[in-house]
Design a binder for this molecule. Sequence first.
Ligand code: NAD
Ligand code: MG
Length: 404
Amino acid sequence: MTSTAPHNVAILGATGSIGRSTLDVIARHPERYRLQAVTAWRSKEALFEVCRRFSPAVAVLETEADADWLRESLRDVSLSHIEVRAGEQALVEVAGASEVDTVMSAIVGAAALLPTLAAVKAGKRVLLANKEALVMSGALFMDAVERHGACLLPIDSEHNAIYQCLPPSHRGGLEPLGVSRLLLTASGGPFRERTLADMHHVTPAEACAHPNWSMGRKISVDSATLMNKGLELIEACWLFDARPEQVEVVVHPQSIVHSMVGYTDGSVIAQMGNTDMRTAIAYGLSWPSRIDAGVEALDLFAVGRLDFQAPDEQRFPCLRLAREAMQAGGTAPACLNAANEVAVAAFLDNRLGFLEVAEVVARTLDRVPTHGADSLETILHDDGRARRVAQELLTQRHANGAWV
Ligand code: NAD
Ligand code: MG
């Protein structure tokens, strides 16, 4: 493989947790990967450092003011050949650009939807770390993958694990493969053993202190509420053509088994590894071969034991809300995701209690009519409506000092 031309990679969300891990893997294999484009929102200083180190052809920031700053900073260090662009349209164009063959989708939240779809529609190899885009647009997204011949590789560790445990070709449902269920592992997050009474008062800092993984703030809160596992359940249904009842969530506090596939003959195949996203990222970059990811070998003697428990949906209602949204279908998962994004931002901003995140999501889903998710317009319309309703609920909650 080293004799062929290097892959040209675009990293959407290059300054985040996944973005930085991707840069680390790429830096280990300069003969295989060239960084063509990088994007970031707000973190312009961090993007400048990425440009200095990797000298990509294009860099994208949110605002013209940030782009001007980056242009000037790059000129000062003789890197003015790097094209600096601004705005959402630039994101979409970079994701679908003909110079790029591999796109890492590592933007957080719904903002990843349009650029990731652009990469899919341009038939790229798409490394999907972002889960919100697929949750929002499931059928539409997977149809586009098929229609445009994109190569979609899941990077979320659970889905990457399942991908590794399934036979090579797995479109067309689980039954023909002899698969009986997908076992999605969950660490249980930082509050796995907290009582409901204790969970009322947890702070954003506590929620973001994940016991096993180091991640961005939004996904860390999702992991603490188990909404992350709910979003992943929806993600698994779309990626692997599974029905919600074929996906079983298993709490596994050590996070060594990244997920499993159960077969009708009684076999259960697991993928294991350290809690380091570079394994999944390297797999996506090099599939179907394997490369060094810089990840330490798994020391099973140090791990010692593997525990498995059933999830507690009383204390973590987000998991149930997500499963119900997937069962309801249409734009319900997009509305669930939208309400959750609004609620998590409010929690991180100390405007909402931890347990109230689920409350906002449930109440939003009760109020917002959903539709068939057959067009991007409908999905974005219902996403916008759910965000407005969730904001109104927050305002009412503040005005009344309680839920009414
Ligand atoms: P992060 O917050 O650390 O990084 C997000 C990146 O996206 C940053 O580069 C930021 O500048 C950019 N960004 C933020 N808002 C944006 C917007 N509105 N438009 C364009 N760019 C924007 O997040 P992360 O932890 O790296 O997670 C990224 C995605 O990957 C999420 O969808 C998350 O669920 C998923 N994921 C992350 C992990 C992990 O270990 N961190 C694991 C599995 C899946
Ligand atoms: Mg995950």
